[in-house]
Write a protein that binds this ligand. Structure first.
Ligand SMILES: N[C@@H](CCC(=O)N[C@@H](CS)C(=O)NCC(=O)O)C(=O)O
Length: 213
């Protein structure tokens, strides 16, 4: 079997460690039990070879033989297609996984990402832009709270790759105690991040960046 190679930065500053998006792929690959290795590209000097694989100069991306894939949602779906541990076999379940992958990115992370950028940048004070994005996060968390109060998993009463992505998106909110009023979301994140595969993926990412200090 050819080897999947997951690319991430060689080093990042302390604040994003544990949250760099390669952790989503590490987690999925661990759940699937697929062989992979992690390769590092420079954080500080992103050359043309990097841009050729990831047009925004970001990480992660992965290769599988001649195939190169960027965007964490696309990569997660690719990996999930290789494993019943991540993707149901029936058409309905598979389409629901795709719905929730897009929802996690385009509906939930679309709100949490600007919020977290403002938070990390110290723009979370008394200003209209912060109030707008803080309210935007509440709109999305309220809907996720309704879903997760009713369902243990997003799809088909079972763990799927959609849970990896949604939990990883919500996890960043939990880091800032932003799930304090959303107890089903908080319990979901805690349940998912207690999985052996997440614990390994997270620890491996921390060790990878620490090794470059
Ligand atoms: N939509 C992309 C986002 C990738 C992304 O934001 N990557 C971050 C690390 S988690 C990054 O490379 N940040 C550095 C930068 O944007 O220059 C995905 O989901 O793969």
């Amino acid at each position: 079997m050819q080897e999947i190679v997951l690319y991430t930065y060689d080093w990042v500053p302390e604040p994003p460690r544990g949250f760099v998006r390669d952790v989503r792929l590490r987690w999925a690959l661990e759940e699937a039990g697929l062989p992979y290795r992690v390769a590092a590209v420079p954080f500080k000097n992103r050359g043309p070879d990097h841009i050729a694989h990831q047009p925004f100069g970001q990480v992660p991306w992965l290769t599988d033989g001649d195939l190169s894939i960027f965007e964490s949602g696309a990569m997660l779906l690719y990996v999930a297609e290789k494993s019943e541990a991540l993707m149901p076999g029936d058409v309905k379940g598979r389409n629901e996984v795709r719905e929730w992958i897009f929802a996690a990115l385009a509906s939930v992370e679309a709100a949490t990402q600007p919020w977290s950028i403002m938070k990390f940048s110290g723009f979370d004070g008394d200003n209209p832009a912060w109030a707008f994005f803080d309210n935007f996060v509440d709109l999305r968390l309220k809907r996720m709270e309704a879903v997760l109060s009713e369902h243990e998993w997003l799809v088909a009463n079972r763990f799927t790759v959609a849970d990896i992505l949604m939990a990883d998106v919500l996890r960043l909110m939990n880091r800032f105690d932003r799930l304090a009023n959303y107890l089903a979301c908080k319990a979901y994140v805690e349940r998912l991040t207690a999985r052996r595969a997440f614990i390994k993926a997270h620890a491996d990412q921390l060790a990878h960046f620490a090794a470059a200090d």
